[in-house]
Design a protein around this ligand. Structure first.
Ligand SMILES: Nc1nc2c(c(=O)[nH]1)N[C@H]1C(S)=C(S)[C@@H](COP(=O)(O)O)O[C@H]1N2
Ligand SMILES: [Mo]
Length: 323
């Protein structure tokens, strides 16, 4: 059997125009098998859930109250676009993984807090969510591949979770880790990828008011393909930083090397802040295409969130802040 060991620069995350796949929905449906995905694509996510999928004990908490402090400069993306065009390499290195992701079992689900913390803890996701200050936020979202969307996320500030974890004063970074189960996630059988998926932030970034832990979108629990039951969003950074389906949160004093930086450090770095003037080594970041439309918009420095985050990077001008 020929096993092709793919190099970082051959991978679809590195492809400049992955949108071509998305534009032809019929090809997409054919490629993925008509069943589960067609239901998702048609916006019938509840029907998919009803097919014997485990109950979500915190589903009745939604919708969360919207926090009006975070405003958009563009319309929200369509739910069907945000939930059928995904990056989740555990389920395939293409965008139409929504069907395959339904194999992920969401309950029971625990999150372990470890490393430089007062006490290692493992918490049930529903117990955690009930203790957190819940809200909805409208955020822009930008992938390094130059597509973008605008999404109503439900969840809680990452700062509340950091406080809950009680890190030691010497901790400087927080690292989040995705589940590891090659039986469920066929991508994890491809051993040349650095599984499990991880990425991290400085404590200052993690406690910035914008950093947000996500348990829901569009007023409902977040679908599996978008990183259920817990993922995070840092809207001023490229999407690859924003780890899905988190099982572990580790505090450390060493700068972590995330999944994409491990694969291809010449193209993906630790900070990954959005900047229109710093191109990806193989394509421009000057503009972005809004998902589900042909509209192109100029990319904004820090994705337009500079008033919240620019201060985090004062004194770090010599670092590779924007790759
Ligand atoms: N575990 C895991 N998390 C991940 C990824 C992944 O492949 N695996 N892809 C990242 C990338 S590249 C992007 S752009 C976003 C996509 O999130 P979405 O599918 O909700 O749009 O998830 C990020 N988090
Ligand atoms: Mo991405």
């Amino acid at each position: 059997m020929l096993i092709k060991r793919r190099r970082g620069w051959e991978m679809p995350e590195s492809s400049a125009t992955p949108e071509a796949v998305y534009l032809d929905r019929r090809t997409l449906l054919r490629a993925a098998g008509f069943g589960a995905l067609s239901a998702v694509a048609a916006g019938l996510v509840p029907e998919v859930r009803a097919q014997g999928v485990e109950a979500d004990p915190t589903a009745s908490l939604y919708p969360f109250q919207r926090n009006m402090r975070y405003r958009l400069d563009r319309p929200l993306s369509e739910e069907k676009d945000a939930t059928t065009f995904n990056n989740f390499y555990e389920f395939g290195s293409h965008k139409s993984i929504a069907g395959a992701a339904q194999a992920l079992k969401l309950r029971p689900w625990t999150v372990t807090f470890d490393g430089m913390v007062e006490k290692t803890m493992t918490v049930d996701i529903d117990d955690l969510l009930k203790q957190m200050p819940r809200e909805e936020r409208l955020y822009r979202f930008r992938c390094v591949e130059a597509w973008a969307m605008a999404v109503p996320w439900s969840g809680f500030p990452m700062k509340a979770m950091v406080d809950f974890a009680r890190p030691l004063s010497g901790a400087r970074y927080v690292v989040m880790q995705t589940f590891m189960d090659p039986k469920v996630a066929s991508g994890q059988r491809q051993t040349w990828y650095p599984w499990p998926y991880t990425d991290g932030l400085t404590i200052a970034e993690a406690t910035n008011e914008l950093a947000f832990m996500v348990t829901g979108i569009y007023g409902k629990p977040v679908p599996k393909q978008n990183g259920a039951p817990l993922r995070f969003v840092t809207p001023w950074k490229y999407g690859f930083k924003q780890v899905k389906s988190i099982v572990k949160v580790t505090f450390t004093d060493k700068r972590p090397v995330g999944y994409w930086e491990k694969l291809q450090s010449s193209e993906y770095g630790f900070w990954a802040n959005i900047n229109p003037q710093v191109p990806h080594p193989r394509w421009s970041q000057a503009s972005e295409r809004m998902l589900g439309t042909d509209e192109r918009r100029p990319t904004l420095l820090f994705n337009g969130y500079g008033e919240f985050v620019a201060d985090l990077y004062k004194g770090l001008e010599n670092e590779r802040l924007y790759a």
